[in-house]
Design a protein around this ligand. Sequence first.
Ligand code: ATP
Ligand code: MG
Length: 358
Amino acid sequence: MKQRIWVLGAGQLGAMLKHAGMPLALDVYPVDIDESTAPNLNTNDLVTAEREQWPATLVTKALAQHPRFINQSVFGRLADRKTQKELIDSLGLATAPWRNVVNNISANELRDQLGEAVLLKRRTGGYDGRGQHWLRTDDDQVPDDWQGEAIAEQAIKFDEEISLVGVRNSNGECVFYPLTLNLHLNGILYSSIAPLARLQHLQTQAENMLGKLLNALDYVGVMAMETFRVGDKLLINELAPRVHNSGHWTQAGASISQFEYHLRAIANMPTPAPQVTGQNVMINLIGTEYNPEWRNLSCARVYWYGKEVRTGRKVGHINLVSNNITELRETLILLGDLLPEKFYAEAIEWSLGSLAAN
Ligand code: ATP
Ligand code: MG
């Protein structure tokens, strides 16, 4: 019988894991956490998750109890920004200076401790820039329902945002993709670019950081580390114990995608180093209707998630890959004309500029 792998969560990451499982002869079943019937789990099945946190439902309780839920204990620890930061600190890794937002702490105390501008982040549940609150002026306050529920971070004046996606297998061997340069607008990822020669000198630093975390957690599977580059130093922003949006380019631009690596690692298959093919740019489709004309673009692969389109919601992405930088640039410009002006004009310009600066 084929190995069955259940995925807690049935969003786009689960769907892409399922897709990647087919050529590996793995039966991957993403499960909606609100299903009214529990999955029919066998002892030999494996369980993984596409999200780091979940409410207790019939489905999540059944999956979480399974003895072969890989990395079970890691999710809670990383899903809470406070325990995630404590882990990073305990390993002596660089991260944005932070404080726990204890009850009754004032905005001014936090700004005295951390600096003029402070970013509050809810300990759990935030994503795509949601669950953030800035303290910049004397009038800004810690919202009542954030007391005891948030951490406070120093505002980092970073040069750019870079992520590292890597995988650790059950023998403890780690492999990593080249660093990915990311553009976030309004707290949400718009564009990712990899590989970039000018980031190569930071690769070892990043791999040492993520490798240390993966080993400390005895983690198996794909993890992403988001960092801020300040000069030649990387500060960890946050960790995601799962496949990650900034690794989506690997579907088109690497011999083994992040989705395939995750499945290989948890199913105890080999995880050889990836071959990266060409220059990659990934553009997220955010709050925009499907446009059939995207399919006319050369060197572009469109991934549509089939979700209802809402403002600020990720509904798909486009991977552009080519060895011909001129073709890639021309395609990006054409793509820009097929996307809304708001945010995309900036995202396309940033992508073109980042390719030119390499
Ligand atoms: P994701 O969707 O990646 O999970 P998120 O909303 O959970 O993101 P963060 O990654 O912590 O949260 O923050 C989103 C973005 O906000 C970052 O990518 C960065 O652009 C900005 N940001 C976060 N922390 C800081 C900081 N300490 N100083 C300056 N900017 C920050
Ligand atoms: Mg983030």
